[in-house]
Design a protein around this ligand. Structure first.
Ligand code: MN
Length: 404
């Protein structure tokens, strides 16, 4: 039997240990927690109980102090936590500090500093190009293979999994319409993505090279970049997405440390164009991650996007994000871009799954093109772990509430 009664094969066993922030029923005190099976360990209380020097990082109300402490501290804390939940001598101290997940409220685990979102899936970019620019000679824009395209999102509307998403209102105008109209979006969509969480800051004026990625990025989470396609289509030329995406971005409550994903590292797809030196990762360690994502609408799986197909890696995105001298802050979050594989069943947005509403998705409760009020979208994922195990990522779920 694995330590502390976690069933063999549980994707949230002691090989995983993602971090979150929780409170107990009837209390508004927030604590840093670590997930173990279907329980959450009060990591701060455990650190205090065991006299650990890491109490200063864990007995806090958000992950920010731990994020800011840097890579050596991240490894040391993870080693200590692993011992606390596996060494039998700690069992008596630690067991009372494990709370069933069903009895806690999970919160946004860190203070989001800046939020940006990329566009790193070649399949997604080509699908979008074919849908919106059907007459273009190439479905990719001329810059796509030369730099990871991104836009600045809205940090203040990043919400934790489980938060309702209110259908946004705004302007829309189809090409044939004589004038724009205002009202609730009628093309509300999802984007299945992975979010990367920056821990160690960087100085303004100093780019972060590819090889320093793991010194700065603490971990990753699932991310849903909710998108109002009708608002987006009317507003995005020439400066990119704005109100069509800034109303809400959902992240999972659990941040999986990169140290838990060593066995999931894979080489990205073969590069078809030469890269400028600051993006050239041919001599670097593999920068891709093999994450198997699943997208469900009202509990019905509609897609299985493979993260290993992403053309641009998170390390390249970080290098590009800072190459102009822009600094990083603790809590910066960047999204990978919609994850879409090569086949129809691997597309990470309804835009692609229904080809902008031309086709319908068959759900047990009816047909869909875009999301209806009351729909619940849930992203889950796992990655290969050590010795044939699976590393589970925390789910990100959200329900569409009617707009005003
Ligand atoms: Mn996106």
């Amino acid at each position: 039997m694995p330590p502390f009664d976690v069933p063999e094969g549980d994707p949230f066993g002691p090989h995983n240990l993602p971090y979150g922030v929780f409170s107990l029923a009837g209390s508004d005190h927030r604590s840093v927690g670590v997930r173990l099976g279907d329980h959450v360990l009060d990591a701060g209380a455990a650190a205090v109980e065991l006299g650990s020097p890491y109490a200063t990082l864990l007995a806090r109300t958000s992950l920010n102090p731990l994020l800011a402490a840097g890579r050596t501290a991240w490894s040391d804390v993870r080693r200590a936590l692993t011992a606390w939940v596996t060494v039998p001598a700690h069992r008596e101290s630690v067991a009372p500090l494990l709370h069933p997940l069903s009895e806690v409220t999970l919160h946004l685990p860190f203070e989001v500093a800046d939020y940006v979102d990329f566009y790193a899936s070649e399949n997604h970019a080509r699908n979008v190009g074919r849908i919106f620019r059907p007459d273009a000679e190439d479905s990719l824009t001329p810059n796509w293979k030369h730099l990871p395209i991104g836009y600045h999102g809205r940090a203040g509307t990043v919400v934790v999994s489980g938060t309702d998403v209110v259908r946004p209102a705004g302007q829309r105008k189809a090409p044939a319409d004589p004038a724009p109209v205002f009202g609730p979006s009628v093309r509300l969509d999802i984007e299945a993505e992975v979010g990367f969480v920056v821990g160690t800051p960087s100085a303004m004026g100093t780019p972060v090279p590819l090889g320093d990625f793991r010194d700065h990025v603490f971990g990753l989470c699932l991310l849903n970049d909710w998108s109002a396609r009708d608002l987006q289509a009317w507003e995005y030329v020439p400066l990119g997405p704005f109100l069509g995406k800034s109303f809400a971005t959902s992240v999972s409550a659990w941040i999986t440390p990169l140290d838990a994903l060593e066995d999931a590292r894979v080489a990205p797809p073969t590069r078809t164009h030469p890269l400028l030196p600051y993006l050239d990762d041919t001599s670097e360690d593999p920068g891709g991650y093999d994450l198997r994502i699943s997208v469900a609408v009202n509990g019905h799986v509609v897609s299985a996007p493979p993260f290993s197909t992403m053309y641009w890696t998170a390390a390249q995105q970080l290098a590009h994000l800072t190459v102009n001298g822009a600094s990083l802050r603790t809590g910066d979050l960047y999204g990978s871009g919609t994850v879409s594989g090569a086949s129809d069943g691997e597309r990470g947005s309804l835009l692609e799954l229904t080809w902008n509403g031309r086709d319908t998705l068959e759900l047990p409760d009816g047909k869909r093109t875009f999301l209806e009020d009351g729909d619940v979208v849930t992203l889950t994922a796992w990655a290969p772990g050590p010795d044939g195990t699976r590393v589970g990522l925390g789910e990100v779920t959200g329900r569409i509430a009617p707009g005003a």
